[in-house]
Design a protein around this ligand. Structure first.
Ligand code: BGC
Length: 411
């Protein structure tokens, strides 16, 4: 681990380059009516140059598992070379790669035969991890799973992500398997690269009661805070996974995951207000409110920089170095984008001054890309993409981010 503060941008493979073999390709039928999203797979040389233009010293990206292993018994050597080339270019440019092994998508064969609630899933995932980690030597930063909690909620409680289930028992099994897979991947990475730093990128939100005077809203907000933000990290700290659905299910499982984090990856985007509503599942209604006048993003999310400090304060209870592995805004308004970045970087600076151990910040995202469930409408990029000509154009926020990085080189 170098002591240099990591200033980076984050992307994920599927969102930039799709994949004919991924579960998500058939899951999102809208994808067929949208422009081809695979362009970055061919244009990656050009896109990696944008990193130099920005002046970042780190780049978080993911490997698309379904491209690397399109069938259970077949590796695609060309795809492996492709990612190897990306890593080579980054190293040559003195840009630190942070590699995400799993960012929401799976090969179709995996989700069909060994979805996460099946115990064999762990072993199947590890075969892929071993292949790539032993091939891509010399990578220091690894993220095993991006937002494991979102993967589990989306795949097993809300049903909006593959495998599209709403089943509490399957959710509990999948939770156990995903965390076990993380723990075993952690060991495997360390056995192959002893100096590696391994984590998950954990999505954290700021929660608040919709009505401050309402005891039920306050109760829900406390529960969300502890369940959504804390429980996964607690499980990784103690090795004990506790899953509780009041009156429905309560399980505790000892897992081989205790202490298997070298740093804490935190993805922070917004604040969520919670309201008790007896007509909603579990009485829970989620609201995005513009309470402080910073506005809402094109995702409808509240812009709430102070919430990032709260999330980091919460995360610092785990006494690990922290890296903001994602933070960003979807908007077509460049002024708003720049204000968002500035206010969050200022917050970060205050946190550092207050003594928090933060080692990096990654803006989401390098360029506009495919946004889960939203398609191409949401524009998170520092660079915009014209999907007709595939031209990448810097938004004013690109130069602004470069300037911020230079002006905060003391971090
Ligand atoms: C995910 C990204 C996503 C971003 C914006 C994060 O939760 O990791 O894949 O694009 O949020 O929604």
């Amino acid at each position: 681990m170098t002591n240099v503060f990591l200033w980076g941008v984050a992307t994920s493979a599927f969102q930039m380059e799709g994949s004919p073999y991924a579960d998500w390709t058939s899951w999102d039928s809208k994808l067929n009516s949208q422009p081809d999203i695979t362009h970055h797979y061919q244009l990656y040389h050009k896109d990696l140059n944008l990193l130099k233009e920005l002046g970042v010293n780190a780049y978080r990206f993911s490997l698309e598992w379904s491209r690397v292993q399109p069938e259970e018994d077949r590796w695609d050597e060309e795809a492996i070379r492709h990612y190897q080339d990306i890593i080579h270019i980054l190293h040559q440019g003195h840009i630190e790669p942070m590699v995400t092994l799993h960012h929401f998508t799976h090969p179709r064969w995996f989700i069909k035969k060994y979805p996460w609630h099946e115990d064999q899933s762990v072993q199947k995932f590890l075969v892929y991890v071993e292949k790539v980690v032993s091939t891509f030597r010399g990578i220091r930063y690894w993220i095993t799973f991006n937002e494991p909690y979102i993967l589990l909620l989306g795949g097993y409680l809300d049903g909006c992500m593959p495998p599209g289930m709403r089943d509490i028992s399957a959710y509990a099994q999948a939770f156990r398997n995903v965390l076990t897979a993380h723990g075993r991947a952690y060991d495997l990475i360390h056995s192959l690269t002893p100096c590696a730093w391994v984590s998950v990128a954990h999505n954290m939100a700021a929660f608040a009661p919709y009505n401050g005077w309402n005891l039920l809203d306050r109760f829900l907000s406390r529960i969300a805070q502890s369940y959504y933000n804390r429980s996964l990290l607690e499980a990784l700290r103690t090795g004990l996974l506790k899953i509780r659905f009041p009156l429905i299910k309560k399980v505790e499982m000892d897992l081989p995951i205790k202490g298997k984090l070298d740093f804490l990856g935190v993805n922070y985007y917004t604040r969520i207000h919670l309201r008790f509503n007896p007509f909603r599942p579990m009485g829970l209604e989620l609201k995005y409110e513009d309470r402080d006048g910073h506005g809402l993003t094109d995702m409808g999310w509240e812009i709430h920089p102070r919430g990032m400090a709260r999330a980091l304060r919460e995360a610092s209870r785990f006494h690990l170095p922290m890296i903001v592995t994602e933070n960003g805004i979807a908007t077509r308004d460049s002024q708003k984008k720049m204000k968002f970045i500035k206010s969050h970087v200022d917050t970060l600076e205050n946190c550092l001054r207050g003594g928090m151990d933060i080692r990096g910040y990654f803006y989401w995202s390098l360029m506009d890309n495919y946004e889960w469930l939203k398609g191409l409408e949401a524009q998170f990029g520092l660079y915009s993409v014209d999907y007709e000509t595939l031209e990448r154009k810097p938004t004013p926020a690109a130069a602004f981010y470069s300037y911020l990085i230079k002006s905060r080189s003391h971090f």
